[in-house]
Ligand binder design. Structure first.
Ligand code: UDX
Ligand code: UDX
Length: 441
């Protein structure tokens, strides 16, 4: 762990203004740097230049406007224009999974090439996207090839640990900052960039830094699959997973976070990162069986709510099912790998009449599922009218505050499948619900 340096503003370009790039860019401006957020999606950049947010992330729109106003935050669709006026270039483009589970790094390569062609002096090129170990070396090789004038540069790994919905807090008050560097000069610049953020700074080589990200996300995913596996046993023997998680978590060696049982992990990171780590290990001749099991448990976990539903309503065909929550977690509109997509598809396969509601993710859901005659969109209370069951799939705060007495009175059959253990089973049963949670009776 090293001490951080002085905090003089650094000129930063962020290439890729998505969930990670945009949060990082806006937060870098917030801590005093001059930032240009770049994206090859011209529409996105046009919107951002007008101060309009392309994603839903609590608090980000306020910081966007504030930092545009003070002149520290700019937007561009051109890497060519941004690189010459920047000292550090962060690559934050998407790294989607290929069918075999490996990371598709074509965008990282394309950006590395563009950066190399636009250099006008020493640059620090930072990989922010989640990438397999040794990608740093590949970026270095690519920049060397296309950097015809042989200008000096360094490649740094600086993984993101931003949870959607809590990304600003995670950026400004992180548990730690990890940087993988190969030169003192690059290390000093990274120290300057992160100087205003109070957190331990771990300095390693690039490969270690890349692996820290894979290991961290895969470990958190393991915690979730572990507790879900225990939940499935708990509900069979009459134990309560909430109490089990609480008691386990109070042991400081275990820690209570990421021990919430439910319908499993989704999102753009955990499923992809676990697969990528399995694939990477395989390439090195190692069969990472533990992670294969973590992934497998997660795949089947989301479908356990269908069995619970059948348990109460018997046949799903023709039943009216209300679904509350579509996003992969609360406080985001992100639907990537959202368990709700698979669950709603399964309900439609059974010819159920499905009516869904989510505070912010309905438009995105419409784009994914398209027009389905048995799929309707409505506000929360309208969705439950005449329903044979309500399935809670994302634990948005508004659902915990909902008038459940009213909900019950609106439903035809008060079956409540709580995929996130949001409600108190005893209270729900007292209200007259036929309640099923995860890992509790
Ligand atoms: C990020 C990471 O970078 C990924 O590795 C991590 O595992 C998950 O989070 P994310 O920010 O969620 O990805 O991706 P996305 O919201 O899709 O944003 C990527 C942006 O990069 C998009 O706006 C896209 O238009 C842009 N892009 C992509 C470019 O600007 N240039 C390209 O060549 C490709
Ligand atoms: C994750 C990492 O946490 C973050 O550091 C960064 O690397 C990006 O990926 P994110 O995917 O935004 O963040 O959300 P996170 O809060 O980690 O949740 C991931 C998934 O796990 C969600 O679907 C959530 O519902 C699920 N989850 C989380 C559980 O099922 N149980 C838990 O106890 C915690």
């Amino acid at each position: 762990m090293k001490k951080k340096g002085s905090s003089k503003g650094v000129r930063i370009a962020i290439v890729g203004s998505g969930y990670v790039g945009l949060v990082s860019g806006i937060c870098f401006a917030e801590i005093g740097h001059s930032v240009i957020c770049v994206d090859n999606n011209k529409e996105k950049i046009k919107k951002l230049k007008k101060g309009l947010m392309p994603i839903y992330e609590p608090g980000l729109d306020k910081l966007l406007k504030k930092n545009m106003k003070n002149g520290r935050l700019k937007f561009s669709d051109s890497v060519k224009k941004a690189v010459p006026v920047s000292d550090a270039i962060f690559i934050a483009v998407n790294t989607p999974p290929r069918p075999d589970g490996s990371c598709d790094l074509q965008y990282v390569e394309a950006v590395s090439r563009e950066v190399a062609l636009s250099m006008n002096g020493y640059k620090v090129i930072v990989e922010k996207s989640t990438v397999p170990a040794s990608t740093g070396q590949k970026i270095k090789q690519t920049v060397k090839i296309y950097n015809k004038k042989n200008l000096p540069f360094d490649v740094v790994s600086n993984p993101e640990f931003l949870r959607e919905g809590k990304a600003i807090g995670d950026f400004l008050k992180p548990d730690r900052i990890v940087i993988g560097v190969e030169s003192k000069k690059a290390e000093e610049l990274m120290h300057r960039i992160y100087a205003p953020v109070k957190a331990p700074l771990i300095v390693t080589n690039t490969e270690t830094s890349e692996l820290i990200k894979h290991a961290s996300n895969s470990f958190l995913a393991t915690k979730i699959s572990f507790i879900n596996a225990v939940a499935n046993i708990a509900e069979r023997v009459g134990a309560d997973i909430k109490d089990i998680s609480l008691a386990m978590g109070l042991d400081k060696r275990i820690g209570g976070r990421f021990l919430d049982a439910g319908i499993g992990f989704g999102g753009s990171c955990f499923p992809k990162d676990v697969l990528a780590f399995i694939h990477m290990a395989h390439e090195e001749g190692i069969d990472f069986k533990l992670l294969k099991e973590v992934y497998g448990i997660n795949e089947s976990q989301r479908m356990t709510v269908i069995d619970k539903l059948k348990d109460i309503v018997w046949n799903i065909e023709g039943k009216k099912i209300a679904v509350w929550g579509l996003a992969f977690k609360p406080d985001t509109d992100d639907l990537r790998n959202a368990p709700a997509i698979d669950i709603v598809r399964e309900l439609l396969k059974f010819n159920a009449q499905v009516c869904v509601y989510d505070p912010v993710a309905m438009d995105g859901f419409k784009k994914i599922l398209g027009k389905e005659k048995n799929l309707k969109y409505a506000q929360a209370m309208t969705a439950v009218k005449g329903a044979d069951a309500l399935m809670l799939l994302t634990e948005w705060e508004e659902f915990s505050k909902a008038d459940m007495k009213k909900v019950k009175s609106l439903m035809r059959v008060p079956a409540l499948i709580d995929g996130r253990n949001l409600y108190d089973p005893a209270k729900m049963k007292k209200l007259g619900f036929l309640y099923r949670g995860v890992g509790r009776v």
